[in-house]
Ligand binder design. Structure first.
Ligand code: HSE
Length: 347
């Protein structure tokens, strides 16, 4: 019986979702996945922290109120975040990092990732900041310490993109990709096609919880730009930084632009793309594009995301699914843990 001890860093929607999956499904995972998970520590800058080396009850953790210092309510809990202690000294085999994305320097998440890898812990994260800005350094750290570093949820939450491309499409010669990589902006464009104003549509996306804390990152393309950097570097072997990707959002699109497109049977979509040219150089961009009905991404509506890989051997291969959501993103962490288990056991 394999049991992995896991520490949760950040206890907002995503890691709470993972605790929910553990509470619901852990007993069946031995049979279906070949392992179970034991939560040995949780730390959160707002809620505080708790360490339980013999295992913490996942259902109790899920019920914890989202109130400042709430971990102090549990026996052995503290109102203070003890990030370093939980990451390094809770006895975890795996650290699940799901704190907020800082698009400027990736902190404090990147430090949490470094601590985990330097302490010889496998690391799973859904955080775009450390991957877009520091992936090479973190991968080298993981290699140096003989541990796995997995981050499927950084792009399109639990919808498989990174491992799909790197494993199932290995050898297909991916030349580029185009993606609808931000649910908020796609939701806004869909509502505008129905006649809603831009600001009203953004408010709806915020109310539904799709938008980033600052929705400017969604509608001006900055969130997509991070995802383009991640995919271009992962899938095309690029070495792009954020400033290498031109970026234009959807705030300049008017109701008249949307109407005109619809009359032509076309749709405006915010597209994040990268393409390898014949000379090997890689051009990457984020911009609104007018897609004809036959384009593989033209039918993607609402908050759904999609990416279409341009491969030499198969042509366009397209995957669509959710790109956000607490359980959807928590599933990405589970898929990362499954990848760690598979790598360890060779199954
Ligand atoms: N705000 C993002 C979106 C969430 O709307 O897609 C996932 O990165």
């Amino acid at each position: 019986m394999t049991e992995y001890k896991i520490a949760l860093v950040g206890f907002g929607g995503v890691n709470r979702g993972l605790a929910q999956l553990i509470a619901d499904s852990n007993p069946s995972w031995q049979a279906t996945l070949g392992f179970s998970l034991k939560i040995v520590g949780v730390t959160d800058l707002f809620l505080g922290s708790i360490i339980g080396r013999d295992g913490l009850d996942a259902a109790t953790l899920v019920r914890l109120p989202a109130a400042k210092g709430a971990f102090a309510q549990l026996p052995g809990g503290s109102a203070d975040a003890m990030n370093e202690e939980v990451i390094k000294h809770s006895g975890a085999d795996i650290v699940a990092e799901a704190t907020f994305t800082n698009p400027v320097d990736g902190e404090p998440a990147t430090s949490f990732c470094r601590w985990a890898l330097q302490a010889g812990k496998h690391l799973v994260t859904t955080n775009k900041g450390p991957i877009a800005l520091h992936a090479a350094e973190l991968k080298a750290l993981a290699d140096a310490h003989g541990v796995r570093f997995e981050y499927e949820g950084a792009v399109m939450s639990g919808t498989p993109v990174i491992r799909l491309a790197k494993q199932a499409l290995a050898g297909s010669r991916i030349k580029g990709f185009e993606g609808i990589l931000n649910g908020t902006s796609n939701f806004v464009l869909t509502r505008m096609e129905e006649g809603l104003g831009f600001a009203e549509a953004v408010s709806k996306a915020q109310a539904l919880g799709y938008a980033e804390a600052d929705p400017t990152a969604d509608v001006e393309g900055f969130d997509v730009r991070l995802k383009v950097v991640i995919l271009a570097n992962e899938l095309l072997g690029a070495h792009l930084g954020v400033n290498d990707v031109s970026c234009k959002g959807i705030s300049g699109l008017s109701a008249a632009d949307i109407d005109a497109a619809q009359r032509d049977g076309a749709r405006w979509k915010l597209i994040g793309a990268a393409q390898r040219s014949a000379d090997g150089s890689i051009h990457a961009s984020v911009e609104p594009r007018l897609l004809k009905a036959e384009h593989p991404l033209a039918g993607i509506s609402e908050a759904i995301n999609a990416v279409s890989f341009d491969t030499e051997l198969l042509g366009a291969v397209t995957v669509s699914g959710p790109g956000a959501g607490r359980i959807e993103t928590a599933f990405a962490l589970l898929s990362d843990i499954i990848a760690i288990h598979t790598a360890k056991t060779g199954q």
